[in-house]
Design a protein around this ligand. Structure first.
Ligand SMILES: Cc1cc2nc3c(=O)[nH]c(=O)nc-3n(C[C@H](O)[C@H](O)[C@H](O)COP(=O)(O)OP(=O)(O)OC[C@H]3O[C@@H](n4cnc5c(N)ncnc54)[C@H](O)[C@@H]3O)c2cc1C
Length: 379
């Protein structure tokens, strides 16, 4: 059914399921309305070791690899959580890996350990108002002035940006759009760094999303992640994990919606018979199930290759698109099977339908994945 079914991963599933049941489900609707998660959730997830999954113990993590992180994602959604919840609670999964890879002890001490302990929240800021797909075209610039950089520019659609204590920020260290990128960790409260309004969105309601602006923000050179001008490579290297994570959210959401639709179709009566008594309904459920199974199998296979360090850039792009496409089909079909109730805020499928729409946009949109796939085909 799932990635290598070891006793440790079965335990991890159990731990995740009881966490979601106890700490998340009673409050998720309130957090969706509030537009953000409470900080206390980060602390309680950290206490039982969930936040640190996928990060080495040497930097304050709980150990494990990409496959263990996928187990957590699968189980959160299977238990009634959501991709929005994962985006907000595990934003450190995109904010920290560059710092860990750079092996900068001072930055690890100041940002990685507290984030994995749930006492600080981090965000990753790449996208700008002028564009997100074209990462090399970033225009937020950092100009060196002694032992500081002076940063000017703006970022948008930044997950956890409202709550974040620090932001791993992609900046241009040459002229705007030159593609010479570096990553700077910028603290909330640094003069000139403003967090704009909380952006209202179609889905991912429990995940706060912000606009950030930088006006002559002085950032110590020691807050640079790795050598200057290595930011583009660092961002591209971490995209594989982010894309596999989004692909996992996609097939896991699809699986949850298959489960909800099967249950609903057994219970709901129309014209004197349960929905599932109709062949057209059974075939629709069979197609939803088939697409979900196929997506999961492919994503698992590619994830195992990513975890083994193989260069599978094209396959990762295929995995994301295949899983997102399966998810789009399934959430739509599941909502339709629920009829009018599917359109109601009280229906879990309604939330998945809205949340899922992001998966083909974030972490590299479907069209950008197709560009990568076409390149991989030698086109
Ligand atoms: C809820 C949410 C959370 C997000 N969180 C973060 C975050 O934490 N950090 C962060 O940095 N960003 C974040 N993003 C931004 C996200 O990564 C970008 O929205 C995404 O990369 C697309 O960039 P864009 O919106 O600027 O679209 P654009 O780049 O302007 O693209 C617009 C459309 O054109 C298509 N397109 C672009 N170029 C091509 C091409 N060459 N060929 C064919 N089609 C093309 C795109 O696929 C897209 O469909 C988030 C976005 C959302 C909505």
């Amino acid at each position: 059914m799932t990635i290598v079914d070891t006793p440790e991963r079965r335990q991890l599933r159990e731990l995740t399921r009881s966490f979601v049941t106890r700490e998340v489900l009673p409050h998720l609707s309130d957090w969706e309305r509030a537009g953000e998660l409470p900080r206390s959730l980060h602390e309680s997830a950290a206490k039982i070791g969930l936040l640190g999954i996928g990060f080495p113990e040497s930097v304050g993590g709980s150990g494990g690899d990409l496959l263990d992180s996928m187990v957590v994602t699968e189980e959160i959604i299977r238990s009634g959580g959501s991709s929005g919840l994962i985006a907000a609670l595990f934003t450190h999964g995109i904010a920290l890996p560059h710092i860990v890879a750079a092996q900068d002890e001072a930055l690890i001490e100041r940002y990685v350990r507290p984030a994995l302990a749930g006492t600080m929240i981090g965000a990753l800021a790449i996208t700008e108002p002028d564009g997100g797909s074209d990462v090399a075209g970033i225009r937020t610039c950092a100009v060196r002035d002694g032992d500081h950089y002076v940063v000017n520019g703006a970022k948008t659609y930044i997950t956890s940006g409202v709550r974040a204590d620090f932001v791993t920020t992609a900046v241009c260290t040459d002229f705007p759009g030159s593609g010479s990128l570096s990553l700077l960790v910028i603290d909330k409260g640094t003069p000139g760094f403003t967090v704009g309004r909380r952006l209202e969105k179609l889905g991912w309601h429990c995940s706060d999303t912000a606009e950030l602006s930088f006006a002559d923000v002085r950032v110590p050179v020691s807050n640079r992640v790795g050598p200057e001008d290595t930011g583009f490579l660092a961002i591209m290297q971490q995209f594989a994990n982010e894309r596999i994570s989004l692909a996992t959210q996609a097939y896991a959401t699809a699986q949850r919606c298959v489960d909800l639709a099967v249950r609903w179709s057994r219970d709901r009566q129309a014209f004197g018979r349960p929905l599932v008594a109709r062949q057209v309904v059974r075939h629709r459920l069979a197609e939803m199930h088939s697409r979900t199974e196929a997506a999961r199998a492919y994503v698992h296979e590619v994830a195992e290759r990513v975890a083994a360090g193989q260069p599978v850039v094209t396959e990762v792009a295929i995995a994301k698109n295949v899983a997102v496409s399966a998810c789009d089909f399934v959430v739509d079909a599941a909502l339709q099977l629920h009829g009018g109730f599917g359109y109601m805020r009280d229906a879990e499928v309604e939330r998945h339908y809205r949340d899922a729409r992001l998966l083909g946009i974030g972490g590299g949109a479907t069209e950008i994945m197709n560009e990568i796939i076409a390149k991989g085909m030698g086109l």
